[in-house]
Design a protein around this ligand. Structure first.
Ligand code: NAD
Length: 340
């Protein structure tokens, strides 16, 4: 298949592109390489795909990988309403995997415009291109944050998700609505995947597990809310990538909550981990003492996230495999060698 992977210089997009290439697909990776976090990490990921910083830097210039004959890259923003359709027209993609977005919950308080630009305007442009250039399947990233302060666990795709508590979550929920409308009006299949806290090597420096690692190494106390009585459905990157590949390769499959040609699935490990266990495992592999600053519950925080992944398992044989200990071990091993 010829697949457009957006957000390819990002954490998940990089691994998805790498795995799709290993399976023989032809990939065009798109990314605007924005500076929301350290761009050197984005260039380092692109380099692993055979695209050096010097060639990746130029805007709207299709470049080819030095190491993967089936990989090309373009630095382009989803908001570019002129150049994006030209790319679709000239490239003839079968499928689109849209992972580019402005992520992060706290940053949406500081820079709300970035979320509307990338996640709403950018996503609309993707939908328009899918509609106009006969894309067979659009697979896009949603998020567990759409569940808001849902207290019922595990989170099921049939739960109501109309009370987002951050603008980030509101944009992801909007993506699900927009994808539904487009699939209803124009008939092309769309699958939204609600990712649950993805972690691992080459991960995102703005995420909590990076901050925990940096704080432990600096011998400082980690601020933990609700006295540490929080749990998260941490999902190792390989399990997320396997799930995305199953959906891309097996194609669209409707599920319980599907309407028209639009489906939504949870993709997580399905086993919440106590935050303190996660932090202590980081300490174990760093071989450092963990200091904590226990604080009361923070406004807008959720006690637990927990994915019900039964539908993804039933329709796609999705089976997460990597447990907390191995996942954290791999992350710390990568982190220490990368920082050197
Ligand atoms: N990592 C997680 O735990 C997690 C959880 C839930 C959902 N998600 C979603 O998964 C997707 C991938 O997340 P990630 O963790 O890899 O994030 P990431 O920030 O590492 O990757 C996103 C990439 O998209 C690019 N990008 C952003 N806006 C763009 C635009 N307008 N045009 C072109 N490129 C743009 C960025 O430069 C970045 O390289 C995102 O949609 C995110 O919202 C991630």
């Amino acid at each position: 298949m010829k697949i457009l992977v957006t957000g390819v210089a990002g954490f998940i997009g990089f691994f998805v592109a790498q795995s799709l290439l290993e399976k023989g697909h032809t990939i065009l990776g798109l990314d605007n390489i924005n500076d929301y976090y350290d761009v050197s990490l984005k260039y380092a990921r692109l380099k692993k795909l055979g695209v050096t910083k010097t060639v990746a830097q130029q805007y709207n210039n299709l470049v080819f990988s030095d190491t993967h004959p089936n990989f090309s890259f373009i630095r382009l923003a989803l908001e570019d309403r002129e150049k994006l359709p030209t790319l679709f027209k000239t490239q003839g993609f079968d499928t689109v995997c849209n992972l580019a977005a402005q992520p992060g919950i706290r940053y949406s308080l500081e820079n709300p415009e970035a979320y509307v630009d990338s996640n709403i305007v950018g996503f609309l442009n993707i939908l328009e291109c899918c509609r106009n250039f006969a894309i067979k399947h659009l697979v896009y990233a949603s998020s567990s944050s759409v569940y808001g302060i849902n207290e019922k666990v595990p989170f099921e795709i049939t739960d109501r998700v109309d009370h987002p508590i951050s603008l980030y979550a509101a944009t992801k929920k909007s993506n699900e609505l927009m994808a539904y409308t487009y699939s209803h009006l124009y008939g092309f299949p769309c699958t939204g995947l609600r990712f649950f806290t993805v972690y691992g090597p080459w991960g995102r420096p703005d995420m909590a597990y990076f901050k925990f690692t940096e704080t432990i190494l600096a011998n400082k106390p980690i601020a933990v809310y609700n006295n540490g009585k929080l749990a998260r459905d941490f999902t190792y990157i390989d399990d997320i990538v396997n799930g995305i590949l199953l959906v891309l390769e097996k194609g669209f499959k409707p599920n319980t909550n599907s309407k028209s040609n639009a489906a939504i699935y949870n993709i997580g490990r399905g086993q919440p981990v106590k935050l303190l266990d996660f932090i202590n495992t980081i300490g174990k592999y760093l071989k450092k003492e963990v200091k904590l600053q226990l604080l009361p519950m923070q406004d807008g925080d959720v006690y637990t996230t927990w994915a019900d992944t039964a539908e993804l398992k039933k329709n796609y044989n999705y089976e997460p495999k990597v447990d907390l200990d191995l996942g954290v071990k791999n992350f710390i091993s990568w982190y220490t060698s990368y920082k050197k």
